[in-house]
Design a protein around this ligand. Sequence first.
Ligand SMILES: Nc1ncnc2c1ncn2[C@@H]1O[C@H](COP(=O)(O)OP(=O)(O)OP(=O)(O)O)[C@@H](O)[C@H]1O
Length: 770
Amino acid sequence: MAIQLPNTALLSSLNPAARRSLLVALFTLLLLRGRIADIPNAAFSKLKTVAIRQDISQEELAQALQQVYINEPDGSKTVLVPYKGHISKVTIYPTSSPAFAKSAKHFPLIPASNKTNLDKTFLRQLFPILRIAFPSWHSKEALILVMHSFFLVLRTVLSIGVARLDGRIVRDLVSSDGKGFAKGIGLWFLLAVPSTYTNSMAKLSSRMRTRLTRYADDLYLSSAPDLRYYRVALESGLTDVDQYITSDITSFCDALAGIYGNVLKPSLDFVLFTSQLAFSLGFRGTTSLFLTYYLTAKILRSVTPAFGRLASVEARLEGEYRAGMGRVGRESEEIAFYGGGLRERSILGRAYMRLIKHVNSIYKIRIAYEWTEDFLIKYMWSAAGYCVISIPVFMRRVRNVGIQTHGPRLHEKPDNEVANRTESYISSRRLLLSLGDAGGRLMYVYKDLLELAGLTARLYTLLSTLHNLPHPPLPEDPAQENIVLRGVDVGIPTAAPQFVTPSDSTEDVSLSFDGSEVFARKATTTTVLVKDLSFELNPGDHLMITGSNGVGKSAIARVMAGLWAAQGGGDVKRPMGKKGMFVVPQRAYMVTGTLLDQIIYPDSYPDFVASGRTHEQLMEILTAVNLAYLPSREGGWSTRKEWRDVLSGGEKQRMAMARVFYHRPKFAILDECTSAVSSDVEGRMYEHAKSLGITLITISLRPALMRYHTQLLTIAGDGTGRWTLKRIGTAEERMDMDREIVTLENKLAEIEKWETRVKELERLLKVQDI
Ligand SMILES: Nc1ncnc2c1ncn2[C@@H]1O[C@H](COP(=O)(O)OP(=O)(O)OP(=O)(O)O)[C@@H](O)[C@H]1O
């Protein structure tokens, strides 16, 4: 009995030399395939690298390191990345606003459900994400996908050749055909290498990750007026965005890339191997096989746990634990001063236990599921397969069992029935084992798909939440010269109605999985802190805002700066950009980077270079805030340090004032940002700001600062939201007030002396009593 595969007929029809050449060509192609997609890029980046290497000196290298990126005329940025002692350039095209507007319509808010299933919702969530990961059919990602698919198909086809060869080698062994056996072994080795070559989808995963991360970053870190990074938590309730962007995107891409390989290969194996077996097993055998598949799928489906939901909860708990760790790192000094290590450990320990308990429960569920799966697929399928193969043998029907060929072969020995039956048995058995393996992997795919559905739900939640945030306060008017507030209610923003399900409108609800916390946020009525606020500030109208703690002074600053929307139908007009209005908040923020970066923030080094400003001018600014010693003490302008820890509280506040002097805005809102600065330096900084023509809006509880202002806004703080606006007086009146303040401060300084005297007198009185 001769052996031949219908779909390898082409291979068999070739003469041995041609067949060998074809196999060698395939083998070479397989070895090179990982490189093919890289060639254009690798060659290109090599060329660029060489060009840079030839020109670059140490000084230029240092300069490039400080430069970080170059703004290109077409709006793109060329990022300079230090790599193996040279600088490699990566061009990044930021996602434009029209592109976001176009893709926003694919991300409507989908109400969360308690189940993550492979249903229409999953597809509705997956497709818009795929659109971002695969922007077009001729993108590099699509090319990689096509190439991987090609090699997957090739491997499957080769595995049928392996099954056939297996049978042939055993047949030659049984029939003592030494020459045929040696030939078979040679071919076996030749086929073994390409057949065992595994397909790595890691590259596709990393490319998808880059696309999705850039999209999410551009959307999240949007500039004014969107400010999604600021508004998302307050106005939608979505927290731990860092976990979504850094971890969930990666898991999603790995899962998606893995699923593709895990679906395509076993599906192909399944179809090809079943058709091979069906060819030899006949109608009865094939029907029995399909019955076995059907029963297995039914049983497994009924015992499959909600893997999607479990994956989603795991990602959320992971995010909470990670956020806790980040907080301790950030606030380490405060925690150390309070001696709060133990307390933090118990908080983090609790978060970790919640995570690990969940992970363990998944393992338990998974073990039970995998046990059932192994039993069904490895043992039940094999037993069913043996029975099906044995039918023709035991019934002694004259039938070609196994992989069939048509026509006699040159080396066939006509009477060798046992050898032929062995060959057929070995080939069929190998096919059955491969089929079992493919079936097992296909069953796993169901579980993987459920997990992918969970991750898809989380990623979709992030993107749809960011896309559907309420419209930002108001577009800025470039021609606006002054600040005008008309009938503004200042209140704390709450989650917009679209993020709250109707049933949650009055009660708190516990957080659930797959990002549904976004929808489960408690809706409350807005708390109005200041009612019907109206005033107009022109250049030179220095305003001081005062009132007791928590009355809403900083809230007014947030409304003026466009961070919070004006409520009560009020209207806010303000000058545009950081040249129009610059806010210095209570907590001084230090950016990652050089000493120079601290002064020019939020500008970057390329902006500094483009502005034509010099280091001498920066030195003058530092002198104005009494920080002139910093460049020499810290080793120059380009020193990089963790400035948050290096500078003292007062130094950080003075650095924040240096930023005001660098940007010279029309209006500067100073929100208790000089509380740690000594009063003489504070006074000098105020005078300097005014001499630069900056109009000051100060939020403070220190009456001593009143002298630098012309108007005083006092918030009543009695819960009514009332306020008063008064003129502080003429220059002469302010001088009088200054004098009175100095007198009062001198008197206050004597309090200690008087208290000591009172104590002395009390002591004397006690002595007389005895
Ligand atoms: N994001 C927020 N979510 C909930 N409540 C907030 C939020 N921001 C501020 N508040 C509340 O709004 C009220 C006013 O806050 P604001 O920061 O304006 O106070 P303030 O007058 O500047 O106080 P202080 O003098 O202590 O700085 C406070 O009760 C505060 O708890």
